[in-house]
Design a protein around this ligand. Structure first.
Ligand code: AHR
Length: 505
């Protein structure tokens, strides 16, 4: 048995809806054969798959970062606007593919209108610089009469796109990045670009690149140097992190949330140190704009990110990870971790959405289906509103090689005007537990009793069960067996390796 306490006075912060963002990159079959397949039986007049649109809507994605990723560091955004027949085919060096440019800014915005999500744009600071970023910003956001805005109108969009969040490049600390820079050079370019972009549109919010992982050799010093250059110019610094089970050690993999928490807390500490040193009260927020489970490395340490085909294929099958039940439990814990840090993580993007390390998969001409990770995301996005509230848990621990003693149960709650949601993970691979959540402080604060409205359990006796083309409904969620409210106590029986969400009214 384990115990927790839900006290509404222990609020972390109001949740920014942008915490439930996604990421769409021109990569593999994400755009082509993913969201865009004109020949598909469900394709609409614009060539977008209606079955995918429906699933993305159900997933509940607030903001979508576009068009990359590594792709953006070699991208010429002008290639993706204007008459489609005249758009150039280009080599995409990041993913060793051919980009046809059939989908660009206008098409993507019209897809976003259909899925009900907001655009977040990244500019290319790899092969390009301040001027091209300004050109794109003017094209997208200006309402002045200029050559760029006239071109936008000719291309079917007289009104500005009105993009509010902009990423100043992508993973510029990574040696794999086209135009990779050291922290000083990147910080200088990012500051100069940010200042110029704000001269054009003072209302935008800017994200400077942090480290592409906590394990990067430059982690820490990168953030410090970059923020020393850009503290006054930007609103966010990015974090990127991907997790995978290594060497068949499920228990260690289940500690991934601890790594994410330490990453966030370290970046906050560095950002606040830079601000304090500059005698500034500015609080830089975190845009965790790439996070997920990703089996990037094979067992021999090699990387699974190159097309199998020779040459420069169009939309090859790349990064098409199949997620199993265990992955989804870790994934649910990562969402809990983001909510626990909602005071400083004000934006996050699940990387990615369709076919490429994605919660949604498609078959050309065939079905679209939900991977296991779809469920924790859609349920958390739907139920987590209002304020995030800390939920201290008194449970057992397990030993992690990387993190020492790790709490076996992790939880967070959210409170809104209509009720309370609780998100819980049992990270133990061996121990089931009956979690007893003391609701007395909540009942006292609200002056009324609580009742259980809905509950969802993600657990499979086979940790490696997955949804596939042949068995798209193999893993799902069901009500938590035995979940109940007894007086002022919520009782939640949690099997080993499980994620659960509960809604109380
Ligand atoms: O999401 C896949 C890739 O991971 C992105 O293109 C890059 O930014 C990161 O390394």
């Amino acid at each position: 048995m384990s115990h927790a306490r839900l006290d509404p006075h222990h609020a972390v912060a109001d949740i920014d809806r942008r915490l439930f963002g996604g990421f769409v990159e021109h990569l593999g079959r994400h755009i082509y054969d993913g969201i865009f397949e004109p020949g598909h039986p469900t394709a609409d007049a614009d060539g977008f798959r209606a079955d995918v649109i429906e699933l993305v809507r159900e997933l509940g994605v607030s903001t979508i970062r576009y068009p990359g990723g590594n792709f953006v560091s070699g991208y010429r955004w002008e290639d993706g606007v204007g008459p489609v027949a005249e758009r150039p085919r280009r080599l995409d060096l990041a993913w060793h593919s051919t980009e046809t440019n059939e989908v660009g800014l206008h098409e993507f915005q019209s897809w976003l209108d259909k899925v009900g999500s907001e655009l977040m744009l990244a500019v290319n600071l790899g092969t390009r610089g301040t001027q091209e970023a300004l050109d794109l910003l003017e094209y997208a956001n200006s309402d002045a009469q200029t050559a760029w805005t006239a071109q936008r109108a000719d291309n079917g969009r007289p009104q500005p796109f009105g993009v509010s969040m902009w990423c100043l490049g992508n993973e510029m600390d990574g040696p794999w990045q086209i135009g990779h820079k050291n922290a000083h050079d990147y910080g200088t370019l990012a500051s100069q670009t940010a200042k110029a972009m704000r001269m054009l549109d003072p209302g935008i919010e800017l994200v400077v690149c942090g480290s592409s992982g906590r394990g990067m050799p430059t982690f820490g010093s990168w953030e410090r140097t970059v923020l020393e250059h850009t503290l006054d110019d930007v609103d966010f610094i990015s974090c990127h992190s991907y997790y995978q089970e290594r060497g068949g050690d499920a228990q260690e993999f289940l500690a991934s949330g601890v790594d994410m928490a330490r990453f966030i807390e370290s970046v906050v500490a560095i950002a606040d140190t830079v601000a304090a040193t500059a005698k500034s009260s500015k609080r830089i927020m975190i845009s965790f704009d790439e996070w997920n489970v990703w089996y990037l490395h094979d067992d021999d340490g090699g990387q699974n990110d190159k097309p199998a085909e020779a040459g420069w294929p169009v939309a090859p099958r790349l990064l098409e990870d199949r997620y199993h039940a265990l992955d989804a439990v870790v994934f649910g814990d990562l969402l809990i971790t983001l909510l626990q840090h909602a005071d400083r993580v004000r934006s996050a993007s699940l990387a990615q959405l369709v076919n490429v390390i994605a919660p949604i998969m498609t078959e050309p001409g065939g079905i679209a289906w939900k991977q296991t990770t779809f469920f924790p995301f859609s349920i958390t996005s739907r139920l987590a509103h209002g304020r995030a509230v800390r939920v201290p848990v008194d449970a057992g621990t397990f030993a992690s090689a990387a993190f020492g003693e790790v709490a076996a149960v992790n939880a967070v709650a959210t409170i809104d005007d209509d009720g309370v949601s609780l998100f819980v993970v049992n990270r133990s691979t061996t121990e089931a537990t009956d979690l007893r959540v003391d609701l007395a402080p909540l009942v006292a604060a609200r002056g009324t009793g609580v009742r259980l409205v809905e509950s969802h359990l993600l657990h499979d006796d086979d940790l490696y069960a997955a949804n596939t083309l042949d068995q798209p409904g193999r893993v799902g969620v069901r009500p938590v067996p035995g979940a109940r409210v007894e007086g002022d106590v919520l009782v939640l029986p949690l099997p080993a390796v499980s994620w659960a969400a509960v809604r109380l009214a």
